[in-house]
Design a protein around this ligand. Structure first.
Ligand SMILES: O=C(CO)COP(=O)(O)O
Length: 254
């Protein structure tokens, strides 16, 4: 089954209203491959979501960077999945390593969040990835499998899930995984899905790469058979995000 190329821009905790306006006007003016070729999602901080949704071109979609693990209520500072649905926000990023490592979100907590968000009708970009220490000790796949298992234990329909493989050592460091390193983990993840979910889920679920992706390295990464797109941090705040979206053409011509 063909997996449509997917490019997400994770703005993280960045931006002023003027900067957000500027990014959106650059995106709106860009010539990019059609929606049949690439699915584009941008993920602003919560406070900029309504503005982004109302001013962003219609062929790009909006993702939140997080949501609460269950129905909203007395959870100060949280934003619920229902609220995102209410605003017409289709996507949410869950389990980003910055939340796992800085805010202490466990595999199980992330799995619960993914299941709840899906149950409310959101589509989920679920992030997994190992630290440098884990890679150097040879446990990359063990770590990534445990993170994915916590999701698979709670989710049976993977239609609305995109997995983002984001090695922690590559995030914001300028130290991108080589295309071979990314391909190896994506292939292992797909094999894991084949064995633990179903051959269909393994074949159809998009596995995107994140970690120091930029306009210069995206094409080589995109050329790898199991790299189905990108989750981009720093470069998604810059005009080169458009070049990264255009890397979808590599796949089309593959
Ligand atoms: O964490 C990331 C996207 O979610 C990647 O960040 P950078 O592209 O800044 O390395």
């Amino acid at each position: 089954m063909a997996r449509k190329f997917f490019v997400g821009g994770n703005w993280k905790c960045n931006g002023t209203s003027d900067e957000v306006k500027k990014i959106i006007s650059t995106l709106n003016a860009a010539e990019v491959p059609s929606q049949d070729v690439v699915e584009v999602v941008v993920s602003p901080p919560f406070v900029f979501i309504p503005f982004t949704k109302s001013s962003l071109r219609q062929d790009f979609h909006v993702a939140a960077q997080n949501c609460w693990v269950k129905k909203g209520g007395a959870y100060t500072g949280e934003v619920s999945a229902e609220m995102l649905v209410n605003l017409g926000i289709p996507w949410v990023i869950l389990g980003h390593s910055e939340r796992r490592l800085i805010l202490g979100e466990s595999n199980e907590f992330v799995g619960d969040k993914v299941a709840y968000a899906l149950s409310q009708g959101l589509k989920v970009i679920a992030c997994v990835g190992e630290t440098l220490e884990q890679r150097e000790s040879g446990s990359t796949m063990e770590v990534v499998a445990a993170q994915t298992k916590a999701i698979a234990d709670r989710v049976s329909d993977w239609t609305n899930v995109v997995i983002a493989y984001e090695p922690v050592w590559a995030i914001g460091t300028g130290k991108v995984a080589t295309p071979a390193q990314a391909q190896e983990v994506h292939d292992d993840l797909r094999k894991w899905l084949h064995a633990h979910t179903s051959p269909d889920v393994a074949a159809s679920t998009r596995i995107i790469y994140g970690g120091s992706v930029n306009g210069a390295n995206c094409k080589e990464l995109a050329a790898k058979p199991d790299v189905d797109g990108f989750l981009v941090g720093g470069a998604s705040l810059k005009p080169e995000f458009i070049d990264i979206i255009k890397a979808a053409e590599v796949k089309k011509n593959a």
